[in-house]
Structures are given as structure tokens and as C-alpha cells.
Design a protein around this ligand. Structure first.
Ligand code: SAM
Length: 281
């Protein structure tokens, strides 16, 4: 066990400083003060951080701290702390460590017995979650799913029966594929796509996955996906026999088996795979 009384010791400190996710007015006075006072700012990408610092008249020395050289770069930052310097870690936007570098550094700084202090600010995932209209607690922040199709589907299979709200980050060029995989594996759940948060073109799309898929090709910019959790009770309401009867009814009405399965999955918010498995088992 280790206790850290953040403001009652003289040990060097690593500050984790959250920065705006779009709107610069969300930069807090405390963040500005800390960034001015530390000896060094370690930044995910100095090209993005330097203009931000300039905007707030901050002239502290900036060094790079990338995800791909975190181990090596942490050695240098630890040496600075050893020599009594204080450091602020920032990412391009929002919180460092949240889908961004910093985890290796934070663990090493804690192990070395120095302070790690968060300076709060905007967070894309929390902004999206609270305005999503979906259950805010419990929730799981998943972050980015794998860019590899097979791995992405495997990850979704893992999350499929989790009852808490799920939060994903995704890039605009991958969102359509991602939502197709979600529809296929998670079923047609309610979701919210929150994009360009705090910026001029901020938009929330709230609806079922299939509804959002119809318009998603037009969605640009940065986006957060808030996904309703697994509804155990609803699934349990339907026995396998009932599922088969529903599919059969659609087939009797003239649908192909594939369409009948798709329709049942959509209507009852169950994944196609699950209906398929039950129907053909
Ligand atoms: N460290 C950041 C945080 O605390 O949220 C996340 C960095 S991650 C590399 C970038 C992703 O965060 C984007 O692809 C998007 O999913 C999400 N994001 C960041 N800013 C956003 C914004 N203004 N609106 C919507 N999503 C945003």
C-alpha cells in the first residue's frame, strides 16, 4: 500500500493535464497555471501542443512523449523527476492515457514514489455518455476496437452480453464497417453517435444501430459511440421455441430464411448470429 497526499509533500510531481477536445474555452485556469509552472511539458504530439500553448501564452519547454517510444521516453522523464523537476503530460485532446500515451509513465512514476496528480478538464467519452440518453451507470469505456476485421468481431463477441453501457471511439473512415459489425453481433440496440463535441458542427444521432447506419456515411469528424448494454431480461423473455416460431411466421409470409432471421433479430434486438444459431440448432 502506498499513500500519496498530493499537496502535503515536496516530492516531484507528474501532472496529467486534460486539454480541450475542440472548444478552447474549456481550457481551465488551473490547467494554464500548471502548464506555466512546471519545468517541462511532455506532449503526445508537439506539433499540436505548441499552438495550444502559444494561444494561452505558455512558454514552458515541450518535449515529445509518443505511444511508440513510451518506455524510452519515460526513462528521460524519470531522470527529470529524479533531479527534482516537475512535469506535465498532455495529449492532443482530452485526457492523457485515455486512448493516448501515458500508462507506462504513470506506473513508473508511482513505482518511483513521486506524485501523480490529475488536472481535470474535458473528456469526449463523458461528454457523449451524459447526453446520450442511455443509462449512464454502470458503463464501460472500451475505446477503439481493433482495425482488423476478425479481431474487431472477436472483441464485439466478448462485449456482447455485457449489461452495462459501452463506449467506443472510432474514426470516420471506419465507422460504417464498425456499426455493421455491431448490428451483426450485438443486435439492433439503441445507440448514440456523438460527433464533433464542443465544436461548431457538434451533433448527436440517437436511435437504433440500423437507423444510424442509414445516414452514417455522411458523418465526418471525431466521434464517440455510446451503445446500450445487453438486455438480459428481453432475451430471456423469448424462448428458443418462440424465436423459431417468429422466424417461421415471417417465412410463411413469403420471406427468405435469411430475411426472416434478419427481421427477427432487428425486431427483438438480438444478434443475427444468435437467431441463426437458435433457428438451425
Ligand atoms: N485522450 C482523448 C480523450 O480523453 O478522449 C482521446 C484521444 S483518441 C486518440 C481520439 C478519439 O477521441 C477520436 O477519434 C474520437 O473518437 C474521440 N474524440 C476526441 N475529441 C472528440 C470530439 N470533440 N468529439 C467526438 N469525439 C472526440
Amino acid at each position: 500500500m502506498k499513500s500519496q497526499k498530493s499537496f502535503q509533500n515536496s516530492a516531484p510531481t507528474l501532472y496529467l493535464v486534460a486539454t480541450p477536445i475542440g472548444n478552447l474555452q474549456e481550457m481551465t485556469p488551473r490547467a494554464i497555471e500548471v502548464l506555466k509552472e512546471v519545468d517541462v511539458i511532455a506532449a503526445e504530439d508537439t506539433r499540436n501542443t505548441i499552438p495550444l500553448l502559444r494561444h494561452f501564452d505558455i512558454s514552458t519547454r515541450v518535449i515529445a512523449h509518443h505511444m511508440h517510444n513510451e518506455k524510452k521516453s519515460s526513462d528521460g522523464l524519470l531522470e527529470l523527476l529524479d533531479s527534482g523537476k516537475s512535469i506535465a503530460l498532455v495529449s492532443d485532446a482530452g485526457y492523457p492515457l485515455i486512448s493516448d500515451p501515458g500508462q507506462v509513465l504513470v506506473n513508473r512514476v508511482i513505482d518511483a514514489g513521486y506524485n501523480v496528480v490529475t488536472i481535470n478538464g474535458p473528456s469526449a467519452m463523458i461528454t457523449a455518455l451524459v447526453a446520450s440518453g442511455l443509462q449512464t451507470q454502470p458503463f464501460t469505456f472500451v475505446g477503439f476496437l481493433s482495425a482488423q476485421e476478425k479481431e474487431c468481431r472477436k472483441q464485439l463477441e466478448y462485449w456482447k452480453e455485457h449489461e452495462e453501457t459501452l463506449i467506443f471511439y472510432e474514426a470516420p473512415h471506419r465507422i460504417e464497417k464498425m456499426l455493421k459489425n455491431c448490428l451483426d453481433i450485438l443486435g439492433d440496440r439503441r445507440m448514440c453517435l456523438a460527433r464533433e463535441l464542443t465544436k461548431r458542427f457538434e451533433e448527436y444521432l440517437r436511435g437504433n444501430i440500423s437507423e444510424i447506419l442509414e445516414v452514417v456515411s455522411e458523418c465526418k469528424g471525431e466521434m464517440v459511440i455510446v451503445m446500450e448494454g445487453y438486455k438480459k431480461e428481453e432475451r430471456e423473455r423469448l424462448s428458443t421455441m418462440e424465436l423459431i416460431q417468429i422466424v417461421d411466421q415471417y417465412i410463411e409470409q413469403g420471406m427468405s430464411a435469411t430475411d426472416a432471421i434478419k427481421r427477427t433479430a432487428k425486431e427483438y434486438g438480438i444478434s443475427k448470429n444468435e437467431v441463426y444459431r437458435n433457428y438451425f440448432s
